[in-house]
Design a binder for this molecule. Structure first.
Ligand SMILES: C[S@@+](CC[C@H](N)C(=O)[O-])C[C@H]1O[C@@H](n2cnc3c(N)ncnc32)[C@H](O)[C@@H]1O
Length: 288
């Protein structure tokens, strides 16, 4: 349905975890020390990877609401989170997880966020968060979404938004052509209108400043090395996905694209640029 398979999300989770900027995650934790339980909404939650990575930085009592439009991914989130936790119990329509000293209540909601950006803020969250999501959204959607988050005066934290800097080693003569075609594809409608792609972080920054938020951004690139078996599998899938997307634009002749893909299956390293962003209301919300 969404074009994101559980296999792809599982394949990237180790690289995502390594890439996330931990200083920003710690600062997030500092902003939310007084909220207990801290109420979190995760937009485009997929199989729950963002919860698994972010929860350790928050307090002992947490309540997470996962939003996604793909029922298969949300179903997979339940099992992945139960496997991640030390203990998991079904509680009403939710899941109650214990991991170390943390107690995390999780609910999920099937929702098409493209039509309902305000769903992110409808439960008076302390934190609205996402991972690998905002490059899919459009500029107009980001405006409506940030307005809803700001009305709720929630803290905002998003990680792993593509920044357009993709470098492979060793270099190949078709790299620039493939990168340009891939960027064009990235800007196509992913369900929210023309996608923001690699300017998503700038749009979020601008919108949150307009709403009187303070912000901090950090780079969070994937640094992948073919000497590592898990990285190698991710690089192979990434090369195929990049070639498929570039091919759909028709901008790169098929023979050149095939040669690029063949060479990329043998690549030694690659760096895929992302950014993490934390935004918080200037008049800080130590109030709920
Ligand atoms: C790249 S995946 C990231 C998933 C997860 N956050 C992670 O980091 O593994 C993007 C997610 O956005 C969800 N998504 C895309 N369009 C959506 C929409 N219109 N409404 C709700 N979720 C959507 C997809 O189903 C997918 O789970």
């Amino acid at each position: 349905m969404s074009g994101f398979s559980t296999d792809w999300l599982a394949l990237r989770e180790h690289a995502d975890l390594r890439a996330r900027d931990t200083s920003l995650a710690r600062l997030l934790g500092d902003h939310l020390t007084r909220q207990s339980p801290v109420r979190v909404v995760d937009v485009g939650a997929g199989t729950g990877a963002n919860l698994r990575a972010t929860a350790p930085y928050l307090g002992p009592l947490q309540s997470w609401h996962l939003l996604d439009h793909d029922p298969e991914l949300l179903a997979a989130a339940g099992s992945a989170l139960a496997a991640w936790a030390d203990e998991a119990e079904i509680e009403g329509s939710g899941l109650f997880l214990t991991r170390g000293a943390q107690h995390i209540h999780v609910t999920v909601e099937l929702v098409d966020l493209s039509a309902h950006p305000e769903a992110a803020a409808s439960r008076a969250p302390h934190l609205v968060t996402a991972s690998a999501f905002f490059d899919l959204a459009s500029a107009a959607w980001i405006e409506r979404f940030t307005a809803a988050v700001a009305r709720a005066q929630a803290v905002f934290f998003t990680v792993l938004t593509c920044d357009g800097r993709n470098d492979w080693a060793p270099p190949h003569a078709t790299d620039a052509a493939v990168a340009a075609a891939f960027r064009t594809h990235q800007g196509r409608d992913k369900g929210f209108g023309p996608a923001a792609g690699d300017v998503a972080t700038d749009l979020l920054l601008h919108a949150f400043h307009q709403h009187g938020y303070e912000t901090r951004v950090q780079d969070s690139p994937w640094l992948l090395d073919a000497a590592d078996a898990a990285d190698r599998r991710l690089m192979a899938a990434l090369a195929t996905g990049t070639a498929d997307a570039a091919g759909e634009t028709g901008f790169v002749p098929p023979a050149r694209l095939d040669a690029w893909l063949e060479a990329r299956q043998e690549a030694r390293q690659c760096r895929i640029g992302h950014a993490d962003l934390l935004a918080w209301p200037k008049t800080s919300p130590q109030r709920r």
